[in-house]
Design a protein around this ligand. Structure first.
Ligand SMILES: NC(=O)c1ccc[n+]([C@@H]2O[C@H](COP(=O)([O-])OP(=O)(O)OC[C@H]3O[C@@H](n4cnc5c(N)ncnc54)[C@H](OP(=O)(O)O)[C@@H]3O)[C@@H](O)[C@H]2O)c1
Length: 275
């Protein structure tokens, strides 16, 4: 099958390039196609005519998005609509990723796929714009919300897992937040679950795919150091201790009610850190 992966140099994008090595894959990042250029996106995508498009491109700097709303809306929002229109024209299936930050995060029991969205920051608003563009312009789509990704790092960008390991190497105390919660998710598990969703021909629509189990950043850091058997001075802090531009949802907890549950986050983390 002819597959197009967008954002192919990112953490999730690279993982898909490896996962689909048994298919005819075109791996495009910003250099091959700037997805915010509507005409270019239309012409390049319709000319290639893939059967499946996996959009892993994104603007992911949550704090910077507060000052760069236009850039965030353009990449996470309108560009998704450009890709969706082209996908629809050629009859391709389109997969695109969103975030738990489209919800306000006030509900400790988490959010189901059809719960009401209400983002609390510019990043969440830009991703919600992309969700609306996708649903309006594409017919055959999987809109996958996910959370706290880590895996092979993209150039110049490190995930929380790798940042913690770097900090630990500096032998300084490390502060981590105890009162915000999410689901740390290994990009390999996310990519495999996405492929399964497509191959099982699940109905098009919204899915929540994350590793299972809930953690704070403090829990996540503690588990990293336990797996790596590192002695680290890890300090538990309230979120209010950190000065950050963007507000964060307290419970970025996505409930998966429509597809198979992914393995616990601790198991996935162990595999990532031990291989
Ligand atoms: N990371 C997370 O914790 C997280 C959580 C929830 C959802 N998501 C979503 O999951 C998806 C994959 O995330 P990720 O962590 O793999 O992202 P990533 O590592 O930041 O990769 C994104 C890729 O998209 C590229 N890109 C950005 N703007 C582009 C443009 N205008 N045209 C073409 N390519 C462009 C980036 O290139 P540059 O490096 O040049 O910008 C980068 O290679 C994204 O949709 C993201 O929003 C991520």
């Amino acid at each position: 099958m002819k597959i197009l992966i967008l954002g192919a140099k990112g953490s999730l994008g690279q993982t898909f390039v490896d996962l689909y090595s048994d298919h005819e894959v075109s791996a495009w990042d910003r250099q091959e196609l700037d997805i915010t250029d509507e005409n270019l996106a239309h012409d390049h995508i319709t000319e290639l005519a893939p059967k499946l498009i996996i959009n892993c491109a994104g603007y992911n700097n949550v704090d910077q998005a507060e000052d760069e709303r236009e850039a965030a809306d353009s990449i996470n929002g309108y560009a998704v609509g450009f890709i969706a229109r082209a996908a629809d024209e050629i009859g391709a299936i389109l997969v695109s990723y969103s975030t738990g930050q489209v919800f306000d995060g006030g509900n400790a029991s988490g959010y189901n796929e059809d719960d009401e969205t209400r983002p609390v920051n510019a990043y969440g608003k830009s991703k919600l714009l992309g969700e609306m563009e996708l649903q309006e312009k594409a017919e055959k789509y999987y809109l996958i919300r996910t959370c706290w990704l880590y895996g092979q790092p993209a150039a110049g960008k490190k995930s929380f897992t790798d940042i913690m390991l770097d900090l630990a190497a500096g032998h300084q105390p490390i502060n981590a937040v105890t009162d915000e919660f999410g689901k740390p998710t290994f990009v390999v598990d996310l990519a495999q679950a996405t492929r399964a969703l497509i191959e099982e021909r699940k109905p098009f629509g919204i899915y929540h795919l994350t590793n299972s189990g809930v953690a704070s950043r403090y829990d996540w850091a503690k588990e990293i150091f336990a797996i790596k058997k590192m002695k680290v001075n890890l300090q538990a802090m309230d979120a209010s201790f950190f000065e950050r531009k963007a507000k964060r949802p307290k419970y970025e907890v996505l409930n998966n009610t429509k597809f198979i549950e992914l393995r616990p986050w601790t198991e996935a983390l162990k595999e990532y850190l031990n291989t």
